[in-house]
Design a protein around this ligand. Structure first.
Ligand SMILES: Nc1ncnc2c1ncn2[C@@H]1O[C@H](COP(=O)(O)OP(=O)(O)OP(=O)(O)O)[C@@H](O)[C@H]1O
Ligand SMILES: [Mg+2]
Length: 291
């Protein structure tokens, strides 16, 4: 019997067209690019687009809970029902009813302290190395599952979206370990009903993503860049879908801008061209998605 794969919206209509409707359920999308290209804004738009339909865990290894909610508001996305894991762990919020748990730097620091305490009490339990280690990020995500009521004996009981912005601090202390750390993350976080969107830095000077490895565990990659700003003397933003497993995708680079109240807005090609491309392939999508 054929059944079409469920797709998770990115909250950006033109990018959804370019990905034939969004990220296939259970896939991992990696968003790479230099500082300021709009990686975090993209992930905030994705969180906003899904929070009414499914539980979302948003890990921000770089900012505070308040900044995530405030940045969302600048683009007309209301995340005010979100709960901060730091507040939950501090006992500040009881009877949580939310579809969005944000794990920020403070949440990670609290979770780290809890893990340290547990390792002191339980002999033989290995110590987490820093609040930004993979172990702490994973323990925090598992805690967020509990808060969202989707955790049962190590299983995730519902479709969930996990966003990690960004992966880089997890191996900042050991770039050579990036590949191993991401494989471990994949092993621990992977579930067929957990869709993951994660970001990573990209160094324009070397043309390399910081920390080699994340590209290989990703099912899809969106790469974003700013075109020769010194030469152009203005910010010209482009992105391209570099790879996407299990789905067809638009092959050309797309030019966009970041607009207040709107987020990532398409400049080139026209939305009509992307719709045309989508219509052409969306029909054939069903037959190629038999399970
Ligand atoms: N309210 C706003 N209205 C319009 N543009 C904005 C607004 N806030 C931020 N921007 C633009 O978005 C850019 C930052 O985007 P974002 O934070 O998503 O980048 P990033 O790729 O996550 O960068 P980093 O790697 O440093 O985290 C800013 O440089 C600015 O150009
Ligand atoms: Mg960012």
């Amino acid at each position: 019997m054929s059944s079409s794969v469920k797709r998770i919206s990115l909250g950006i209509d033109w990018l959804n067209y370019a990905l034939l409707g969004g990220v296939p359920r259970g896939n991992w999308l990696l968003v790479t690019g230099e500082p300021g290209v709009g990686k975090s804004i993209l992930t905030i738009q994705a969180a906003g687009a899904n929070v009414d339909a499914m539980p979302v865990v948003y890990v921000s290894t770089e900012t505070r809970f308040f900044d995530v909610v405030r940045q969302a508001r600048q683009f007309n996305i209301d995340l005010s029902d979100a709960v901060s894991l730091a507040d939950v762990l501090a006992g500040k919020v009881k009877d949580v009813k939310t579809n969005l748990v944000v794990i920020d730097l403070f949440g990670l620091a609290r979770q780290y302290r809890e893990l340290l305490k547990a390792s002191e009490e339980e002999e033989g339990k290995s110590k987490a190395k820093s609040p930004l280690s993979m172990e702490v990020v994973m323990a925090s995500i598992e805690r967020a599952y509990e808060v969202l009521g989707v955790s049962e004996e190590g299983k995730v009981t519902k479709d969930v979206l996990v966003i990690i912005d960004s992966l880089a601090p997890m191996w900042a202390h050991a770039p050579a370990m990036a590949r191993l750390i991401t494989y471990r993350l994949r092993q621990r976080l992977y579930r067929s009903n957990v869709t993951v969107i994660m970001t990573n830095q990209f160094a324009p000077t070397t043309g390399m993503t910081f920390g080699f490895g994340a590209e290989h565990i990703a099912d899809a990659i969106i790469h974003m860049w700013i075109e020769q700003p010194e030469k152009k003397k203005e910010i010209e933003r482009w992105l391209i879908i570099k790879k996407a497993r299990l789905t067809n995708h638009y092959r050309k680079a797309m030019k966009y801008e970041i607009e207040p109240g709107k987020g990532l807005v398409l400049l080139e090609p026209s939305i009509d061209e992307l719709k045309k491309w989508f219509d052409e392939y969306a029909g054939g999508r069903e037959s190629s998605e038999e399970e």
